[in-house]
Design a protein around this ligand. Structure first.
Ligand code: ADP
Ligand code: MG
Length: 463
């Protein structure tokens, strides 16, 4: 492989993807940037493949500037971009201009713009929609952003399921506090990245620099602290950083995907530090707030969204704002592509594709509700982290029913059960299939629930 080519594929491209992922909303990144494939760097021409002409045009009209700046920053020189339009094998041919010959479109990259901030300017309080599930957390974050280290809430810990706005709020604090010059040094980091950086610094004998970097922060925002689990040395390092900042009256804000008492594998000294400030939860948002978020996103994209469509999506995607936004972005892209308005039919198509959910089949939420009712539990318990026998059993039963009655992927089902992965769903399904043969209670529960969900018993138990 020529030098420039291996450099593009192994170094520049991964760095570029990381950088651009931090700049764009996650869904936009996944929809538009991830499908781009680098081919090679030919002199100053970077050749990239995109799947469709539409894709190319969307990238050019929405992200060209950011791509241009980031590449210039990474390479320190002016690159020309050439796009080759090339449908993916197995793509959806009727929608893709596959008859178009590959096109090469040169674009000039201009001067580099330095920007080393860990904060994403997109996440601000102004575009964070308030609802019952998040209003207290939002108020606490705003109060802290206005007076970091000067409220009694140190540390502030926000917890809640994935996709409910924790990262958005942490970043909003950082953006607000820097914009209003409340502090000079803000550091935002996920505990995962913190762990990697720490390991790296130890390996390179630079752990003192690492400590200094974080101990010099005036506002430290640490996202997803559950990843600290079982990282013992990192926890010790973080413990000292925590104490040093805390004693100096610097503000610390943390987020977690579960309540503190469910943070397994984290030292009790750290746990008690986490508990010493204010702990606030973000819960799933109510219907009206979900609609408001969609309408706001539509406005941001410059495409007004008919109320019945916002309501349709908000009815069917209930637990995760990230998914809700994902459906909307796809819908708007589709409408632009076909040059039509966003219609309800289009929304139904998108929902079916995105979630595998046909609107008439029992959705996962309904299965979760019925199973929870059957066991006398709260629905949240099924999506939560508890490993209590009864809850775990109910959860497995609900997952098994979901694999049986819906067209959702295992991944998606796991996702709606508190972000579990597909192997957990397979395990649940297999366990229930086995228990159904051995245990009368499970057998009867399964049959009753199936009846309630108004479905016939499957002809084969091995599905
Ligand atoms: P988490 O960190 O809890 O998994 P994120 O903060 O990444 O969730 O939120 C997922 C997506 O949903 C982001 O694009 C975020 O901007 C959006 N989002 C979540 N809550 C709200 C809200 N209340 N108003 C506007 N956008 C929101
Ligand atoms: Mg997050």
């Amino acid at each position: 492989m020529p030098e420039s080519q291996s450099w593009v594929l192994e170094s520049l491209w991964p760095d570029f993807m990381k950088g651009i992922a931090a700049l764009l909303p996650e869904q936009s990144f996944r929809t538009w940037i991830q499908p781009i494939r680098p081919e090679k760097l030919d002199g100053n021409i970077l050749i990239l493949h995109v799947p469709t002409q539409f894709h190319l045009e969307w990238i050019e009209s929405h992200y060209a500037e950011q791509i241009r700046q980031l590449l210039a920053k990474l390479t320190g020189r002016e690159l020309t971009l050439s796009f080759i339009v090339e449908p993916k094998p197995g793509g959806c041919p009727e929608r893709e201009p596959s008859t178009l010959p590959p096109r090469v479109r040169p674009r000039t990259i201009h001067a580099p713009v330095p920007d080393d901030s860990e904060l994403n300017p997109r996440y601000v309080f102004d575009n964070f929609v308030e609802g019952d599930g998040n209003s207290f957390a939002r108020a606490a974050c705003l109060a802290i952003a206005e007076a970091p280290g000067k409220t009694p809430w140190n540390p502030l810990l926000i917890y809640g399921d994935t996709g409910l706005g924790k990262t958005h709020l942490l970043q909003a604090i950082g953006n607000f506090a820097s914009a209003h010059k409340k502090v000079r040094r803000v550091r935002y980091v996920s505990s995962e990245k913190y762990t990697h950086e720490f390991i790296h610094s130890v390996k390179n004998n630079r752990s003192t620099d690492f400590s200094k970097l974080y101990r010099s922060a005036e506002l430290l925002l640490v996202d997803d602290i559950q990843f600290f689990a079982a990282k013992e040395r990192t926890q010790v390092e973080f413990f000292h950083t925590f104490n040093s900042l805390y004693q100096a009256g610097k503000q610390i804000v943390l987020s977690s995907d579960r309540p503190v008492h469910e943070l397994d594998g984290i030292d009790s000294r750290l746990i008690s530090r986490f508990q010493s400030g204010l702990i606030t939860q973000i819960s799933p948002l109510d219907f009206e707030t979900r609609v408001a978020i969609l309408e706001r996103r539509g406005e941001e994209e410059g495409i007004p969204l008919p109320p019945e469509i916002a309501q349709f999506l908000a009815t069917h995607i209930t637990n995760n704002i990230r998914e809700l936004e994902g459906a909307l972005v796809t819908l708007l892209a589709r409408a632009t592509f076909f040059n039509t308005d966003a219609t309800l039919e289009l929304a139904q198509d998108v929902l079916r594709e995105k979630t595998g959910r046909s609107v008439t089949k029992p959705p996962i939420e309904r299965i979760q509700e019925l199973v929870a009712q059957h066991f006398g539990l709260a629905v949240e318990a099924l999506r939560g982290k508890s490993r209590k026998h009864e809850i775990a059993l109910a959860r497995m039963l609900a997952m098994a029913l979901c694999t049986h009655l819906t067209n959702h992927s295992l991944k998606h089902i796991g996702h709606l059960f508190g972000g579990r992965d597909h192997s957990t769903v397979i395990h649940a399904r297999n366990t229930i299939l086995r228990l159904k043969e051995e245990d009368t209670f499970i057998k009867e529960s399964y049959a009753t629930l199936l009846r309630q969900l108004d479905q016939s018993t499957p002809s084969s138990t091995s599905r």
